[in-house]
Design a protein around this ligand. Structure first.
Ligand SMILES: C[S@@+](CC[C@H](N)C(=O)[O-])C[C@H]1O[C@@H](n2cnc3c(N)ncnc32)[C@H](O)[C@@H]1O
Length: 228
């Protein structure tokens, strides 16, 4: 039996009745989230554009990766649609750390942790050999601490970027979902890309709401979700 049918509605689900869950919403996240009720998501896990002008060796780029004005305002909406006393885990690019921390603080979030994924290889070389990814754990209000806190250094898994130029591994996202949410919870990713967070949520018995700007990535995310 899939988690879709195994899930039993909770009495607190009333606010969800008008918000399509287990769907990929294609559009600008600030605009899409503005149409949702407040307090509908239990947890946000997201991998926004790093604002670094990323281009891979095939010439693939990431939408809005030079445009902080189309990325940072999304965090205000993220804060609103999260339930009171909840978490948002956001990857970030270190070159735009000032913009990210300002956006999170302005939205109302408090930083309660940082997670680092050391890589076994060098992504790029500049002033240093860049060999890790990082995310901040942000709190809205005073959420309960996880029953089984995970280490803040986590194993990195390389995907080969087959589905998306900056694809994260499901194996990276699943431990975060399992530590910071319960079965049946709603996990939101407003920068969904090829659907990794939604897949990790579904495979962990959670529901998901995904938002992605680019049609081609929405299509790929839906295709991957349909295949599980
Ligand atoms: C770093 S990628 C996410 C990759 C994803 N973690 C995966 O595994 O496929 C960020 C994504 O955000 C999308 N994006 C950029 N600006 C957006 C916006 N304003 N609203 C929604 N999506 C946006 C980009 O098209 C891109 O696919």
């Amino acid at each position: 039996m899939s988690f879709h049918t195994a899930y039993r509605a909770k009495s607190s689900d009333f606010a969800l009745s008008s918000t399509p869950v287990n769907q990929v919403h294609c559009g600008d996240a600030a605009e899409v989230l503005a149409g949702f009720n407040s307090g509908i998501a239990d947890l946000v896990i997201t991998d926004p554009p790093y604002i670094c002008g990323y281009k891979d060796r095939h010439g693939r780029t990431v939408a809005n990766d030079r445009n902080a004005d189309r990325v940072m305002p999304v965090f205000g909406e993220v804060y609103r649609v999260l339930k009171p006393d909840s978490y948002c885990i956001s990857f970030y690019g270190w070159t735009a750390i000032a913009e990210f921390t300002a956006a999170w603080k302005d939205a109302g979030f408090r930083v309660v942790g940082q997670i680092v994924w050391p890589k076994q290889y060098t992504s790029s070389t500049g002033f240093m050999q860049y060999q890790h990814e990082a995310a901040f754990v942000l709190a809205k209000g005073r959420p309960d601490r996880p029953n089984n806190p995970i280490p803040d250094v986590q194993p990195w898994h390389y995907t080969g970027n087959r589905h998306h130029p900056t694809e994260k591994s499901i194996d990276i996202i699943k431990p975060l979902i399992e530590a910071f949410s319960q079965r049946g919870d709603v996990i939101l990713d407003p920068f969904l890309g090829s659907g990794t967070t939604a897949l990790a949520a579904a495979l962990s018995g959670r529901r998901y709401i995904g938002v992605e700007l680019e049609q081609k990535h929405c299509a790929r995310a839906r295709q991957r979700l349909d295949a599980i």
